[in-house]
Design a protein around this ligand. Structure first.
Ligand code: TA6
Length: 282
């Protein structure tokens, strides 16, 4: 029988744990950030750096940080990279259990302080469905009487065992921007990693596979016009906070997103749902 419990990390971060016949999962209320998802009888599907000490106020280096209401650096100096949603306390709205599948819903209460960054009335929810697969949906509803434009990403970190052996599949026919250059055509279906990789793809199909030494991770996206593929490699790993110098060997990010020209503009009352679904290939 599925069990849902709430606990507090020694550093004060509140989290919810899901234990069912299908999986184990953990979600921090800070950022509604999933930092663990382990399907029953399988290996973990999300990666977290051992260098992260779970101090309140930072998005945890791993799992699925929610990047909202912008992705990357904001043009305004000093504004937080990847927006502020991942550093805020979300509210747990509801829990549902159906045939051992657990669905948790969270809402981001927009604080008065956030109006400096986001002077809009937007409802932001995260719906997390924990079964043999993990499905996460970031939902935006424009409650204002004017259009609103945002960028977003579900910044998923995956455990890939050895970056030198990783083959990321399903990229042929797309094109990408990297380090502000491009677009470049993706002429091969496979992507191998030999240097820092920080690509924003467009025209990508809705499913990619990460072929790792421990199995194939399947990553699906919906209503995601962009996808981000990132490995910091050696030099950036040494500069990143809460990240071990050799962590780049074990992880890759493949992110369902709508960024750059794919920014989402919502008319008054309009709803948008960005979804990612991850699983081990059986
Ligand atoms: O999604 C890739 C990226 O934009 C990289 O450029 C790198 O900055 C990464 O996100 C991590 O960002 P963070 O703010 O979490 O350190």
């Amino acid at each position: 029988m599925a069990v849902i419990t709430t606990s507090v990390h020694p550093n004060g971060l509140e989290y919810i744990e899901v234990t069912s016949e299908l999986c184990y999962a953990r979600i921090l209320l800070q950022g509604a950030q999933i930092d663990s998802f382990i399907p029953k009888g399988q290996a973990p599907l999300l990666w977290v750096s051992s260098a992260d000490d779970y101090q309140p106020g930072n998005g945890i280096r791993g799992g699925i940080p929610v990047c909202w209401p912008w992705f990357g650096q904001h043009p305004n100096p000093g504004w937080p990279q990847h927006g502020f949603a991942r550093n805020r306390q979300w509210r747990h709205l509801s829990s549902e259990i159906q045939d051992e599948v657990v669905t948790l819903k969270f809402v981001l209460p927009l604080l008065e302080a956030d109006r400096r960054f986001w002077p809009h009335n937007t409802r932001v929810e995260l719906h997390c469905r924990f079964g043999q697969q993990l499905r996460v949906s970031l939902i935006n509803i424009n409650l204002d009487n004017h259009p609103v434009t945002l960028t977003q990403a579900l910044h998923s970190y995956f455990p890939i065992g050895d970056i030198h052996q990783l083959v990321a599949r399903g990229f042929k026919g797309a094109h990408y921007i990297e380090f502000g250059n491009g677009p470049y055509a993706q002429t091969t279906d496979d992507v191998h990693f030999v240097q820092e990789t920080d690509r924003v793809y467009n025209g990508l199909g809705d499913e990619q596979q990460l072929q790792t030494p421990h199995g194939v991770i399947v990553v699906k996206r919906a209503h995601s016009q962009s996808a981000v593929l990132w490995n910091p490699w050696i030099e950036k790993s040494q500069r990143l906070s809460r990240f071990n110098d050799d962590d780049y060997l074990q992880m890759v990010c493949l992110e369902a997103a709508n960024v750059r020209e794919d920014a989402v503009t919502l008319a008054p009352g309009e709803r948008h749902e960005l979804t990612t679904e991850i699983s081990w290939q059986i």
